[in-house]
Design a protein around this ligand. Structure first.
Ligand code: XIL
Length: 369
């Protein structure tokens, strides 16, 4: 080998070493230390001592390619988007259909996921046999008690947590929402339903899940007042859910303070239905603003010690309730229609990762009792 050749080989070798060194340094110091998506959300969340969940759509779980794999990989909690609602379970009185609900519960068990049952007392998605007639308080109370017993009883030990009450607070912030339930059962509704739920499965965590009560507002004040009274009366209630259906108006004022005041009642709090609707088709600026909102929600939950987890209401834009319920809006979830991560996914993951450091440091510093 000529001297010149030897020098060239040495030079190339040295250049290769430097390049490798750089690659390693960049990988270790880049956001998260690994390429996006390499650490699943459920692992990041576990490190931050919270759950991360999603609503699951029955038909997608059955046969949409890639859906099951993504669901198993990313999430530690699942909520049936529709399969445990009254009209899905009992469309005809006395004829119970469990197929989709059972499939989800089986999937969750196989993939070590906690199931959030959703939902037992709600004014929507009720069967006609229930809404299409008049009821006495006694008869309706019996029907509701039986429903709670039947559904919770079936999944005893397999559904860890139930949204027993859903959206009961009036949007005006004055009293209970007008519905079949409140019209007939009045102020007994919440305490009775919660007591029946405790009887049906004493080990399940019982929640009141509420819509549009995420920030500090007249509506959340009313919600708070009612929850506080239930706790004071010794009614069984373990947690409160904040749906967090947002858009680019952003996280409502007082979001974290609101979580804290409920937590201070001795309850767990959860974000139960997070999504951030965009005008469609969305542009990059909107996607970036959306990503920031997802991250803000994660950070708020992680700063509140009793915040037990965050559930997103669907994880791919292919299966999201937004386009059908808000014409002109969509692209509200973490993954696009092809199940690829959007900026929202990366920002959310990064917020969880940052939170895991903060939360584990705080836990280490807390003296054990
Ligand atoms: C929505 C589902 O996502 C839709 O598929 C269905 O058509 C209507 O209900 N608050 C809730 C959820 O508690 O159950 C709702 O889910 C969204 C609003």
């Amino acid at each position: 080998m000529t001297r010149r050749r030897v020098l060239t080989v040495l030079f190339l070798g040295a250049a290769l070493c430097v390049a490798l060194l750089f690659a390693v340094v960049i990988r270790e110091t880049s956001v998260g230390g690994e390429p996006n998506g390499d650490v699943p959300l459920r692992r990041l969340a576990a490190d931050a001592r919270i759950d991360v969940g999603t609503a699951v759509r029955g038909p997608a779980l059955r046969d949409y390619p890639g859906y099951r794999a993504e669901l198993a990989r990313e999430f530690s909690t699942v909520t049936p988007e529709n399969a445990m609602k009254w009209d899905a379970i009992e469309p005809v009185r006395g004829r119970l259909r469990w197929t989709d609900a059972d499939a989800l519960v089986r999937f969750a068990r196989a993939n070590d996921q906690l199931v959030r049952g959703h939902t037992l007392v709600w004014h929507n998605q009720l069967p006609r046999w229930l809404t299409g007639r008049e009821w006495s308080a006694e008869a309706l109370g019996r029907v509701l008690r039986d429903h709670i017993r039947t559904v919770m009883g079936r999944y005893r030990g397999r559904v860890a947590e139930w949204d027993v009450l859903n959206e009961l607070t009036a949007d005006s912030g004055k009293g209970l929402r007008t519905s079949l339930w409140s019209d007939v059962l009045g102020e007994d509704l919440a305490p009775k339903a919660l007591r029946w739920a405790r009887e049906a499965d004493p080990d399940a965590e019982l929640y009141w899940n509420e819509i549009a009560a995420d920030g500090l507002s007249r509506k959340s004040d009313e919600f708070y007042r009612r929850v506080k009274a239930l706790v004071a009366d010794g009614v069984p209630l373990d947690g409160v859910g904040f749906q967090a259906h947002f858009n680019l108006d952003g996280v409502p004022k007082g979001f974290e303070a609101n979580l804290r005041r409920f937590a201070d009642l001795g309850l767990d709090v959860r974000i139960t239905e997070l999504d951030v609707a965009l005008e469609v088709p969305a542009d990059d600026a909107a996607r970036k603003a959306q990503a920031d909102i997802y991250a803000q929600v994660a950070r708020a939950c992680l700063r509140v010690p009793r915040c037990a987890g965050i559930t997103v209401w669907g994880f791919t834009d292919r299966f999201s309730w937004i386009p059908a319920s808000q014409p002109g809006a969509g692209e509200a979830t973490l993954l696009d229609r092809g199940l690829d991560p959007k900026p929202a996914y990366r920002a959310f993951a990064e917020a969880l990762r940052a939170g895991s450091v903060a939360r584990s440091t705080a836990a280490d510093a807390t003296p054990s009792p």
